[in-house]
Design a protein. Structure first.
Lengths: 450, 450
């Protein structure tokens, strides 16, 4: 396969993308070099945010001859984008000066959502990359795919829908539980015979809880063959619980509003493949900012090689992860990234120790008596931090005994002493999650004054 | 302009569609004849629902040589589609046997939503027709268009978004109030400088109520230049109230999930133009089913000349209207339909008389003391039907005096005696509308046992 032909296939959807996903790695590096040179030139001419920063340090586009020079470009931090937005309202200077076709944004859990523009080209590419995800996870033109993600400023509802249509499959766009309630979503999936279901991992478990309460057998009453996830991390214990309850494979797809659809898991479910024609991923040392070799854990920075509007150049997204050096036995040459262990933003300090709410995930998933929802609540009482776990009961059990067992387990994984376990009636937390919008529902509630 | 060239422009988006919108009417009739022959052949080969019905009455595709033969085809009623769905679950035989790319559906206020398939071609055409709407209403590539319609199975959120992108404008897809709350929608419209806003008429008034409560001056604090409506009727009194409050032109666009985007209002705001290359509209006598001449009021039947999936052939949609015979002075040759006065589905019988909730609209819009929301409540008390009007107060007033004045006015327009007027605190009805999903919120609440 010639380099020229493969360059034409960059950013493509399946079936063409099959060739690029399996290209000789040297060709991928060349495509990345072409992409980076074009991106840097584009940013210099059209994106004041980058030009200003580069001029200050005496960097010129000619200094970037290929992907090997990427280290010369400064890392971009979230706080710089936020500062740019504040100083140049309403959209900052990082969007660039070319026409865009839509705004998608972060969810704005705290404060206002951060806008990210998409050009027609950007939107088209992201749809293609979603089609790659679905294809790698076994979806075909014969599938009927129910999308239970929010359609609004948050991006994956719309982009998964584009990908499904590009693949020639049929989409059933039901949206979030706020728009089509959970019971109706379950009835529609069953009555209209969905064969694939796209949603956040926590919604997959919530759907399982509700479907069982409605009297359905998850393994017999649906024609669904696979569950496709994005929008939240999919830690191993959670995947195990989802797959066990539904009796179906569940796939991870790491991405974000800023980046689009940068990765996909293949059928081997062992880390997410990076779409390396469209993105350049690095892992950097959180202290020094130095690039780390593959296999070392650090902070992920993303460069969007294809993007015209709101492009990212070495954007530190705040996720700890590792690039997996070994080639995947699926045959794809695209490198893989380990499942994201934690987001810096999710971390809180309790009695001086760093706590990640995901660390209790394996404990919650172990108990069949517990529903899918949980959260850690931190408070400041009598001059000290206290932390407790809240979870929901779905099966009859001896509550006191169960609380004690769970507390024991939590204390083994949390790193600081847990002050209590509170078991709530089914639906208590789900209702809050639904009211807040599932993506915004946090696994940690910090009640301390800030 | 040659017929061949115009045939190529059928179903197109602006700017090309400008030619077809103003074509010689004889050419439009020829395009309709071509479209009808193709549609009938398609239904015969791919849509068992129609073939079965036609075979029963001995009708063959060869019997339809042009649009003048349309009267030979039987009228399709909603109940037949519902029967087909029930007998051939889950999708009936009216969708046809070709691949479709998505399901959109009726809102399913009562019972389950009715699915309507869309092929890629259908979806593309509907996006083009939405671009025609926006173009006729003054939207250009320089606009930033906030879409405050539900994105889910109900269609206009998605299709307006496609139209905005096709026009080269930028979309801000905030979705319904259930997904992005009303206050945030207002803040985003202001901060991100929306220049055009797409929403239902009742949401336009609700946004006005809430924005004023937030302290905004509707005429000074926004950059919005026009309001574009669909999803609900826009009776004259409601348009007047919306335009007066916002100080902006408000446009009507009649359509539905079944039909797509069949009509658009032009800048003259005097009835909606029918996209006559893509649809054939007739008005029939509700008693005899006979076709009525232009200018006579009757039941609208729609034929989707372009549609591949779930096509409609003389579909009686249940709306009373009139085709306006006079040409429009905007220069478009597409005929116009009078604003839909009422839906058969909205009618209720009270003490034997037919009541349409819209009939009290002018009364509610007349009083500045009242908010945007209202409804009629019908109940059966002491062996008789009673009917009362509920509305919200937004300004200090003498409640007793106001109630009496309103009751007087309502009695003049309603046709049966109104038993009372109940004035509620601001927000009471809006909350219910929001919880129910705005499109599903009914202006009539019937509490009588059925």
């Amino acid at each position: 396969m010639s380099k020229n032909l493969l360059t034409k296939l960059q950013y493509s959807a399946p079936p063409e993308s099959q060739l690029i996903e399996r290209a000789n790695y040297e060709v991928i590096r060349e495509i990345q070099s072409l992409g980076l040179r074009r991106l840097v030139k584009h940013c210099w001419e059209h994106v004041p945010f980058y030009r200003n920063r580069w001029e200050k340090i005496g960097l010129h586009p000619d200094d970037i001859r290929g992907i090997e020079d990427i280290g010369k470009l400064p890392v971009t931090n979230k706080s710089e984008i936020e500062k740019d937005l504040k100083e140049n309202p309403p959209f900052g200077t990082f969007q660039g000066d070319l026409p865009a076709c839509r705004i998608q944004s972060s969810t704005g859990t705290t404060g206002m959502p951060k806008p990210f523009f998409q050009s027609k080209h950007d939107w088209d590419v992201i749809g293609n990359l979603w089609a790659r995800r679905l294809n790698a996870q076994g979806v075909t033109a014969g599938d009927r795919v129910q999308v239970s993600l929010t359609y609004a400023l948050f991006i994956p509802g719309f982009t998964s829908t584009e990908g499904i249509m590009k693949l020639g499959a049929m989409v059933v766009p039901v949206g979030s539980g706020a728009v089509t309630n959970t019971e109706r979503q379950i009835t529609l999936a069953r009555d209209w015979g969905a064969t694939c279901w796209v949603m956040t991992p926590s919604f997959a478990l919530h759907l399982a809880d509700v479907a069982e309460k409605m009297g359905y057998d998850l393994k017999k009453d649906f024609q669904v063959k696979r569950l496709i996830h994005t929008g939240e991390p999919l830690p191993p214990a959670m995947r195990e619980r989802i797959e066990e309850r539904w009796g179906l494979p569940a796939y991870d797809n790491w991405g974000s509003v800023e980046t689009g659809a940068p990765t996909f898991e293949c059928e081997l479910k062992n880390g997410v493949h990076i779409n390396e024609d469209a993105y350049y991923f690095e892992v950097i040392d959180p202290e020094t900012g130095d690039r780390l070799p593959d296999g070392k854990e650090g902070l992920l920075t993303v460069t969007t090689l294809y993007k015209e509007s709101a492009p990212l150049v070495r954007y530190n997204i705040g996720d700890f992860t590792t690039i997996i050096p070994e080639p995947c036995s699926c045959g794809r040459t695209f490198r893989r990234m380990a499942s994201v262990r934690s987001r810096v933003d999710d971390m809180v300090k309790v009695r001086g120790s760093a706590i990640y709410p995901q660390s209790v995930e394996p404990v919650v998933r172990k108990y069949k008596e517990l529903g899918s929802e949980y959260r850690l609540v931190v408070d400041y009482v009598n001059n000290r931090d206290i932390i407790k776990l809240q979870a929901e009961i779905v099966q009859d059990c001896s509550v006191d005994e169960l609380q004690e067992k769970i507390l024991n387990d939590v204390n083994k994984v949390l790193g600081v002493k847990c002050n209590g376990v509170e078991l709530l009636p089914f639906g208590t937390l789900a209702q809050e999650a639904s009211a807040a919008g599932r993506i915004k529902f946090r696994r940690l509630l910090d009640l301390r004054k800030k």
